[in-house]
Each structure stands twice: as C-alpha cells, then as structure tokens.
Design a protein around this ligand. Sequence first.
Ligand SMILES: Cc1cc2nc3c(=O)[nH]c(=O)nc-3n(C[C@H](O)[C@H](O)[C@H](O)COP(=O)(O)OP(=O)(O)OC[C@H]3O[C@@H](n4cnc5c(N)ncnc54)[C@H](O)[C@@H]3O)c2cc1C
Length: 422
Amino acid sequence: MKGDCIQILVIGAGPAGMMAAIKAAESGAEVAVLEKNHLCGRKLAITGKGRCNITNTKPWAEFATHVHPRSNFVRSAFYNFSNKATIEYLNSIGLETVVSQGDRVFPSSMKAFDVVDALVDRMNALGVKLISDADLLAVSAEGNQFNCTYNDLSSPRSIKTEKISSTALIIATGGLSYPSTGSNGRGYDIAASFGHSVTRCYPSLVALLPKNYDCSLYDVELKNVGIKLYVGRDLVQSDMGDLTFTEDGIEGSLGFRVSRKAVNALENGSSVELVIDLKPAVPLPELRERVKREVSSFKWDVPLINDARLKKVLRRFMPAEMIEPFFRMSKGLTVNTLPERLKEWRFPIAKHAGYRRAVVTAGGVSLDEVIPKTMQSRLNKGLFFAGEVLDLDGDTGGYNIQMAISTGALAGQSAAKYVSTL
Ligand SMILES: Cc1cc2nc3c(=O)[nH]c(=O)nc-3n(C[C@H](O)[C@H](O)[C@H](O)COP(=O)(O)OP(=O)(O)OC[C@H]3O[C@@H](n4cnc5c(N)ncnc54)[C@H](O)[C@@H]3O)c2cc1C
C-alpha cells in the first residue's frame, strides 16, 4: 500500500475513527486507517473504569443538555446515527449491551475490550486496511489528493518515514487528554495547517486540587451531597450527587460535572471555590434542631463541650474517616457553628489535575468551519473531522463516546459519498 492512493484514509482508531472507517467501508469505499499505537482503541479500552459506558438512552432534547459548547452542531450526526442506532448496530455485530444506572449503556460483559474487539472485528470483516504503529506527521493537498507523511514506529530502533495518499481524509485523532493512550493533539496542528481555527483547549472532567489539601481525605467517597461552584464571588453552578476525594483532588461524577467551568475559570486566572453541602436535603433550621437533639442525647452541658466531645457529635453526621480532616479544616468549630459548617464545607481550589488525568478535552477544531450535516471542512473539500478533535465535549454518562460514534459514522458516510462523486 505504501505510495498508493487510497480512496479514504482515516487518521486515528478511536471510536470516532473506527466508526468512520466502518461506515465508509459499508458504503462501498476503499478505506485505510492510520493508527499511532500498535492496537486500536487504547483509550476506549480504559473507559468507564474498564467497563465502557458506550452511550446514554436519553432522548436528544435531554442528551443535548450534556453536550458542550454547542449541541446544535451534533444534532444532524445524532439523528443520522443516534444512541438507539448505536445500540442496535453494536448488537447486530455481536456485542450485547445492557442499560445500567437508569440510562447508561454498557457492554453486557462489562468489559471495554469487548467494545474495541467488536469494532476491530467489523473493520477486518469489511476489509478496512489497518496501518498501526504509524504516527501521522503532516499532510499536504495536491489537486484532489491528500499526501500524508508518517513515522513507521513498528521497529522502534529504526523508525522510518513513510508516505500514503488518499482522495478523502478523515481526522479522528482525539484531543489532548490521557496522552498515554495516543492522543497528543497532532490533529489540531494538521487542521491548522489547512487553515482551520482551533479554539482554546483545556482539560474537562478532571480532578480539582484544593489548596492545602488534607491527604487524610484520600479515598473518602461522599454520596448525595450538594456542591456549589464559586468563581470569584459569583455562584456559577450548583448540583447534587456523589463525589470522591483522590490523590489528585475532588472528582467523581459530581466533581467532574463542575470541573469544566472550574478549569476554564482557573485558566483565566480567576479564584475558584467549591462549597460542599454534606446535608443538602436538610434545611438549615432543621439541621440546627437535629444538632441540638444529638447534643442533648449525650446529656452534656453545651459550654463544656470540648474537641473530643465535638468529634463524638460529628460521628452522628459523617463517616468516621472524615471527622479528623473536617475538624482540622473547620477552624474554630463549635456546636453552634456546626450546622452552617455541615452545609458549607469550603474548598478553595489551587489547580486541576491537567490532561494527564482529564477524561476529555474542551475546545478543538472550530465548529464554524465544519459542515454539521456532513462533517466536511468548509475550507477544504475532501477533508472531514470526527470525534474529540472537534470543539465538542460532553458530561460523564456515555455522551462522549456517543458523540465520537455519531460524528464518526456521519464523516465516514459523507466521505464515501464524496469519493463516489469524483
Ligand atoms: C479514563 C477515561 C475514561 C472515559 N470513560 C468514558 C466513558 O465511560 N464514556 C464516554 O462516553 N466517554 C468516556 N471517556 C471519553 C472518551 O473515551 C473519548 O471522548 C473518546 O475516546 C473520543 O474518541 P475519539 O475517537 O475522538 O478519540 P480517541 O479515543 O482519543 O482516539 C484517537 C486515536 O487517534 C490516534 N492518534 C492520535 N494522533 C495520531 C497521529 N498523529 N497519528 C496516528 N494516530 C493518531 C490515537 O492513538 C487514538 O487511538 C473516557 C476517557 C478517559 C480518558
């Protein structure tokens, strides 16, 4: 194949690239995929803690509220290959799925590798040529042809530079998050070399590290708590759910939900604070009464409540492992201030965990220069984009993989149509 001109070349074998290749091949096109790693779908294989939350069953109106920054761009791709179509398609190629936690869809085996295998097997069955260990370096256009240069990494001791040409090119190289899985932002450089604007990128769905973080909080999980995100003095988001304290900071589904706005604000130099409400279902006056009741059950005189006694009261309101850090962080805590402190545990944020640990990248190839009905570049005929390389990111819950699949399927079909008309 080296030196040949293939009809459609897909760069990147993540969910977007594999789906693009499959749909292009099913439309009758000759397709090759160039993948930097030895294996396809390295990121896909670690998604959902190894279980892969493939998609979400929500109807578009609700699904769209979890898509940033402009859900409208994804609408056509979603209707062309929806969450329902994704489930049916995966089932039809032998991957059984299950709906869990209300609306999240996983492989029945709960093994992300099975999703990767199903897509790779389908590509193989369709005769898609896979060029792995191939790191795309640059692309130039000449007439109706894209000329790609890549490093052949298959023998690390003697890396060779190779060339491959195609009539249509689909960039599905992902974003900048988890670079260990292969996505390092090269797609943005290639888009820019074709005149595309790339909006400012920043990590999203990422841990937020509190200032003076108390390491005894590591591994503490909080269920059904409230959170408020303040940027400067402004309350910009409030939500409820579960969060986890890890070495990297505050994360878990609730922490991730506020991380997009928090990271954006931190990167703009604003001060960011998270305020955790440990008793969101109990209004403050009621909580005051509860604290009073608990204290009186010990039959102590309130003025005689020392730190040790206060910690015994705390035990009635939080898991044991949280008492010491909560106490240390709540300077001057008394029985009287306890109700307010339980509802307003303050965490000024120092920084975020960065791309190394971010689930997705916010920002990317500008949506203004890509046609939403085809995923084709408005600037260069024959050039298509799919997946996270675009300025698109979703919340946790299967939205990101679904967007990769929907935009990938549409890019593949559109590229096949494009080459068939030449
Ligand atoms: C830990 C983790 C858990 C996640 N869990 C979920 C989840 O459960 N549900 C969900 O919806 N989303 C989840 N996501 C997000 C989701 O995985 C991504 O949004 C999705 O994989 C994006 O798909 P993509 O195909 O656009 O990019 P990627 O999956 O990143 O694939 C891009 C591919 O392009 C290749 N590539 C990059 N540059 C080059 C180059 N120069 N030459 C050749 N190849 C190149 C890369 O090696 C890679 O294989 C998770 C992400 C992480 C990091």
